[in-house]
Design a protein around this ligand. Structure first.
Ligand code: 3HC
Length: 291
């Protein structure tokens, strides 16, 4: 199973990055959105990122084929355009019902050999695999934000994923320039199972008044060498995304003490302070930079 033609459903925060790294790896990519304005903004982000990577390569005396990479990416509003892809990666809104509907539709549209993958941060892969009608051909491919720079991809297998499909998905991760790690289909896989409770614990410290967000961030950056502290990282990932992950886990695992929703997070999301994407979360943001 050699993955050469890739479909990406969703050209948002994660989808645009997945489309880009797949094209950087030499794949022909079709990225699908629901509205032209979302497609245009996702493709513009790809253009900006490719220009940055070319500039960085030039600074180091090397080269980077931005135009060639971009030429391998096609954007469309028509889901049927992914029908003959070897792999289709879903990167849409974190709503299990909507994802299940999408995979049921893809199961009808795509050729019988197409492998399906979800980039979900927190939902069970097995549920979407069942909805697709192709449980043996289904994996989780969980990339990290910003996809262009983060070196990891989690490759998640269910009890039904075939060895061949898992190996093909893992090889695709390498094609994208990532180091794949194998994960079971457990809540949050490896990274989010550790990271989200850590971010929530920092917010609980804020709820109790133990320290300020700035001091907690400084402590974790200088004390542990993390590139971002927990609050900056939550702003970066999205407070709404973080809350929705926690809400899903609390519902599914009410007795797990690590899964609790901090007040600070609920209040910010209620006030529509989603972090970098809305211009304010725990910090104020100007575009991609902390103000
Ligand atoms: N494409 C191309 N270039 C990019 C880019 C992109 N998407 N994003 C940033 N860059 C460039 C910047 O423009 C910058 O270029 P410059 O040096 O010319 O100014 C360069 O890359 C470095 O970026 P920054 O100046 O912003 O500084 P950093 O060195 O701090 O790197 C970072 C940024 C890689 C984001 C680093 O801060 C980091 O590793 N942060 C932690 C991120 C993290 O933990 N992500 C995982 C989140 S969890 C997740 O995604 C899972 C989900 O399910 C919740």
């Amino acid at each position: 199973m050699n993955i050469k033609k890739v479909g990406v459903i969703g050209c948002g925060l994660m989808g645009h990055g997945i489309a880009q790294v797949a094209a950087q790896g030499g794949c022909e990519v079709t990225v699908v959105e629901t509205e032209q304005k979302f497609l245009d903004s996702g493709l513009a982000r790809i253009d900006k990122s490719l220009a940055k990577l070319a500039e960085k390569a030039k600074e180091k005396g090397g080269s980077f084929d931005a135009a060639g990479t971009r030429a391998r990416i096609k954007g469309t509003l028509d889901r049927k355009a992914v029908a003959d892809c070897d792999l289709v990666v879903e990167a849409i809104i974190e709503d299990l019902e909507i994802k299940n509907k999408l995979f049921a539709e893809l199961g009808r549209i795509c050729k019988p050999t197409t492998i399906f993958a979800s980039n979900t941060s927190s939902f069970p892969i097995a549920a979407m695999a069942k909805a697709s009608g192709r449980p043996k051909q289904f994996v989780g491919l969980h990339f990290f934000n910003p996809v262009q720079l983060m070196k990891l991809v989690e490759v998640v297998r269910t009890n039904e994923t075939s060895d061949e499909v898992f190996a093909a998905a893992r090889a695709f991760g390498e094609t994208c320039g990532k180091s794949p790690v194998a994960c079971k289909d457990t809540p949050g896989f490896v990274v989010n199972r550790l990271l989200v409770p850590y971010m929530a614990e920092a917010m609980k410290m804020l709820d109790r008044g133990d320290a300020t967000a700035q001091d907690i961030d400084t402590a974790m950056k200088l004390g542990c060498g993390y590139p971002m502290g927990p609050f900056e990282l939550t702003d970066y990932v999205g407070l709404d995304t973080t809350l929705s992950i926690l809400q899903g886990w609390v519902k599914a695992h009410p007795n797990e003490p690590a899964f609790q929703i901090p007040k600070a997070l609920e209040e910010k999301v209620k006030a529509k302070k989603f972090g970098r994407k809305s211009g304010e979360g725990f910090y104020k943001w100007e575009g991609d930079k902390k103000a």
